[in-house]
Write a protein that binds this ligand. Structure first.
Ligand SMILES: Nc1ncnc2c1ncn2[C@@H]1O[C@H](COP(=O)(O)OP(=O)(O)OP(=O)(O)O)[C@@H](O)[C@H]1O
Ligand SMILES: [Mg+2]
Length: 437
């Protein structure tokens, strides 16, 4: 797969894809004309954004984005709904899954999604496309081998989708390119992009002059963001409702066991929940249900069984996400999940949330420290701090930046298009024969 400069004669559109853990967007450049966001999901409140979701009601039928949710509900939530699958890319133990008789490798799942984005973009611009500037996190993983493995799988997914020429660009660098568009004087900026799967940083000098690779002073990140914040509601509290502490004793054994991590991990993490339906896990939970030690132990596993059997795990995580968002505005949030046999009512407070999120915050801040270190700069050398991505709305994240850099340097880009807009800038340079990384 090459990233050759396009000859002037064979100019063709270049797509810019921000393939996000939660939301994906597509822009385009053609003959120097930039389109910052193409319509890719008419059913979405913002049609230029598609939720990164795939739904198979049957192994050979697939729906995408908002339609995936609608069909999922229409079909009584039968079949398989995949969310947050970008997260699996660096996980060498995760190859994919089986749905009935169909093997769904991760490359195929992502490839199908990218192919759909490509088709919709082609429809919008009325042209076939083979070239793409594709966003990638600063780090898919902290482990270099896993990071390379993730990129390799993304290359395979791009190939599957029919892209012959692909340039991967770190998402925070793309966001910096968006800010660079409006630069009127030389400034040193720090970009923080907090998404669903990763928190990413770039430090870059921006100026109205032509871009030089030397302007990029650092690119860093860590694979923790919005999904990890959803997950703490489960791991700290809600998983108790679903047998996380259930004790059981298998027939012919006198060992008292508790719910193993392969079940609780799946229960706690948005990217893993779909795998609670994998045959082995499902059969295992059924077995535990028969062998629970006390009625209280059984009640938890009964709820877990109902959650899986009645396909309530996706809506349950949607309710968790809504509670998390509520805590970005209010001191408390009432969590209410009202489904027969799975009634859960809790009140969460911001204090609780801040305490639970402490490790995640520290990991994110370590990535920020590495980013500053890489650049050889300190806080006082940064002129402007630009925060973007959905998770930048979380007060505990913003607070940290206010404390370190001062509120006057902070600029928040609340809309979701800055990475795509920057990828479009990179595509425009590519069209002219210049690469940026
Ligand atoms: N008001 C809010 N408060 C807290 N979190 C929010 C809010 N709005 C959105 N989010 C979170 O932002 C995340 C999605 O952000 P975004 O669309 O930037 O991610 P993404 O680009 O898909 O992911 P990534 O870049 O990590 O691959 C979700 O985890 C969502 O819950
Ligand atoms: Mg993003």
């Amino acid at each position: 797969m090459s990233k050759s400069p396009l000859s002037t004669k064979s100019k063709q559109p270049i797509l810019a894809i921000d393939f996000g853990t939660s939301n994906s967007l597509v822009g385009c450049v053609y003959n120097g004309e930039k389109t910052l966001a193409l319509p890719i999901d008419d059913l979405n409140a913002d049609p230029t954004m598609m939720r990164t979701l795939l739904y198979f009601p049957e192994p050979d039928i697939c729906f995408y984005g908002q339609r995936a949710i609608e069909e999922f509900l229409e079909n009584d939530m039968e079949g398989r709904l995949f969310r947050s699958f970008k997260t699996h890319l660096p996980n060498q133990a995760y190859l994919g899954t089986m749905f009935k008789n169909r093997v769904l490798s991760l490359e195929n799942i992502i490839g199908l999604f990218l192919l759909e984005l490509k088709k919709r973009a082609e429809l919008a611009i009325g042209q076939k496309v083979t070239h793409v500037v594709m966003g990638r996190p600063a780090r898919y993983s902290m482990d270099e081998v896993a990071d390379g493995f993730a990129l390799h799988r993304m290359q395979r997914a791009c190939q599957f989708a029919g892209f012959t020429d692909v340039q991967f660009i770190p998402e925070p660098l793309a966001a910096a390119f968006d800010y660079r568009r409006n630069a009127t004087e030389e400034k040193t900026i720090l970009i923080g992009d907090f998404g669903g799967g990763t928190s990413d940083f770039t430090i870059m000098r921006i100026n109205p002059k032509e871009f030089s690779k030397k302007d990029v002073l650092s690119i860093e990140g860590c694979p923790l963001a919005g999904d990890a914040l959803d997950s703490i509601f489960m791991s700290n509290k809600l998983n108790e409702y679903f047998g996380a502490k259930t004790r059981y004793m298998l027939p012919m054994s006198s060992n008292v066991m508790t719910m193993p991590p392969n079940v609780t991990t799946r229960l706690n993490h948005p990217a893993h929940i779909v795998h609670l339906k994998d045959k082995e896990t499902y059969e295992f939970v059924k077995e535990v249900k028969k062998c629970a030690l006390t009625p209280k132990d059984a009640a938890g596993v009964d709820r877990l069984f109902a959650l899986i059997e009645d396909n309530q795990i996706f809506p349950f995580f949607e309710t968790i996400e809504a509670s998390k968002k509520e805590l970005s505005k209010s001191k408390t949030s009432n969590f209410k999940f009202d489904y027969p046999d799975i009634e859960v009512y809790e009140t969460f407070s911001t204090d609780q949330f801040v305490a639970w999120a402490n490790d995640i915050k520290n990991n994110i801040i370590s990535a920020l420290d590495r980013s500053l270190q890489q650049s050889g700069l300190t806080e006082k050398d940064i002129d402007l701090v630009c925060l973007t991505g959905g998770t930048s709305k979380v007060p505990l994240i913003r607070q940290e930046f206010e404390n370190r850099f001062g509120i006057e340097k902070l600029q928040t880009q609340t809309e979701f298009h800055s990475v795509t807009a920057g990828l479009v800038e990179v595509a425009a340079l590519w069209e002219k024969g210049q690469t940026v990384s």
